[in-house]
Design a protein around this ligand. Structure first.
Ligand code: ADP
Length: 448
């Protein structure tokens, strides 16, 4: 059994994990950089260890310091949150070698899914539908032949990809050479690996992802989908569950395909299988082998605590639910609150002078922010998440409108006003949007 968890992360997700540990009676250790000494996750943890200076490379990504912090505090498990070391296979291996439980999948599964070509091949072999594309790596010399087979437009993507970097569209043959060479140099700069592959470019897809959890022994369940089509620069902004585009049959069908695949893989832990969805078809794009930022909307509609499940399966206790026990109830929306100018999206670090979180039925605020908190400039600008649940999508939207009016964050700029705009929009009200909708909407607003 796990008795003390070191949380190798910061901000709202560190707090999220800490809450689950407390509920399970597990002791917590916070780690932090010198910039985060006053952070809420540090204040609320049973113990804390400073692991280095502000730059992530020297603190939250510093494996040696984190392992040392485990040894000093006697933590027998590590929860990596998302980002930072959460999908680092080497980290999982090193913890293993030290006899510390990694609350996540095996290093092997992280590795398979971390390389996009291998991930796609694996997904296909497991019976998951994939985007038509190249068999493997694409080189400048074979790009044209492969593109002709797939059919234009095509998308060149980095094998080591993440965050939408190293991705280029070629509309036709004339664009291809440049798209391949730019994608390769971007990939090299971002990931130290210039390998790219090619996919059919889908014009107006939605981004729909399936939440799965496996026990590592061949049992797995799905917890339905999340629609994360509202994105800016490939970053999710607003997520909802269920997707306005799917009916129950479609949900259960794709969900079961993913759960079956996880059973075959003997996958352990929480994971997300991401798809593009167009004209009734699902196309696998990648799998994230960790907890996602938007996991609370799934928790809202299923009542299942995903971090509890992660801890259970990591300790070998198995899943707490069977597929037939999982009931999808109502509708949930998450708004990502970033410390950014809502028009230009330029980061806005600084001191929060007033902070008042909304409340009431169906409202959840996951945030490490508080009045007087000074947001350091070194990290991601996500300062909180607002999750609203209602019995129907309409009720959820009405509640969200009320809740947004109640939320006060002063002293810095935040993306809250963007959500106030979106909640009044007819396309959003109709659930009628694809992955390009938000960018187009923002571009129109700037022009107007
Ligand atoms: P990353 O890991 O870099 O985020 P993904 O494969 O998850 O890369 O893709 C990120 C986003 O890029 C998707 O959410 C979607 O908006 C877009 N995208 C990816 N593949 C395709 C495709 N084949 N056609 C159209 N858009 C795509």
């Amino acid at each position: 059994m796990i008795s003390k968890v070191l949380i190798a992360n910061r901000g709202e997700i560190a707090l999220r994990v800490l809450r689950a540990c407390k509920e399970l009676g597990i002791a917590t250790v916070a780690v932090h950089s010198t910039a985060d000494a006053d952070a809420m996750h540090v204040r609320l943890a049973d113990e804390s260890v400073c692991i280095g200076p502000p730059p992530s490379r020297e603190s939250y990504l510093n494996i040696h310091q984190i392992v040392a912090a485990c040894e000093i505090t006697g933590a027998d498990a590590v929860h990596p949150g998302y980002g930072f070391l959460s999908e680092n296979a080497k980290f999982a291996e090193i913890l293993d070698a030290h006899g510390i439980t990694f609350i996540g999948p095996t290093a092997e599964h992280i590795r398979i899914m971390g390389d996009k070509i291998t991930a796609k091949k694996t997904a296909e072999a497991l019976g998951i539908p994939v985007v038509p594309g190249s068999e493997g790596e694409v080189k400048p010399e074979n790009a044209l032949e492969i593109a002709r087979q797939i059919g234009f437009p095509v998308l060149i993507k980095a094998t080591a990809g993440g965050g939408g970097r190293g991705m280029k569209v070629a509309k036709n043959e004339d664009d291809l050479e440049e798209a391949v060479s730019t994608a390769r140099s971007e990939a090299l700069a971002a990931f130290g690996n210039d390998a790219v592959y090619m996919e059919k470019y889908l014009g107006k897809p939605r981004h729909i992802e399936i939440q799965v959890v496996g026990d590592g022994m061949g049992n797995a369940v799905h917890l339905g989908e999340r629609d994360c089509s509202l994105q800016r620069r490939h970053q999710k902004v607003w997520e909802e569950a269920n997707s306005p585009a799917l009916n129950v049959e479609q949900r259960m069908k794709i969900g079961q395909i993913c759960a079956d695949a996880m059973m075959k893989l003997k996958y352990r832990g929480a994971g997300t299988v991401e798809f593009l969805y167009e004209n009734g078809e699902f196309y696998f794009i990648e799998m994230n082998t960790r907890l996602q930022v938007e996991h609370p909307i799934t928790e809202a509609i299923t009542g299942i605590d995903l971090v509890h499940e992660q801890i259970r399966v990591a300790s070998g206790a198995g899943l707490s639910v069977r597929q037939e026990d999982i009931v999808f109830s109502g509708h949930a929306i998450e708004c990502r609150i970033n410390a950014e100018d809502p028009r230009t999206f330029v980061p806005s670090p600084g001191t929060i002078t007033h902070f008042h979180a909304p409340g009431g039925l169906g409202v959840r605020v996951d945030s490490g922010a508080y009045q007087g908190y000074k947001i350091p400039p070194y990290y991601d600008s996500l300062i909180g998440k607002l999750i609203v649940h209602g019995r129907t999508r309409v009720e959820c939207m009405m509640r969200l409108r009320r809740v947004l009016d109640e939320f006060v964050i002063d002293g810095i700029k935040t993306t809250l006003p963007l959500f106030q705009d979106l909640i009044g929009n007819q396309d959003i009200a109709n659930g009628d949007y694809d992955i390009h909708w938000l960018e187009n909407y923002l571009a129109d607003k700037t022009d107007a």
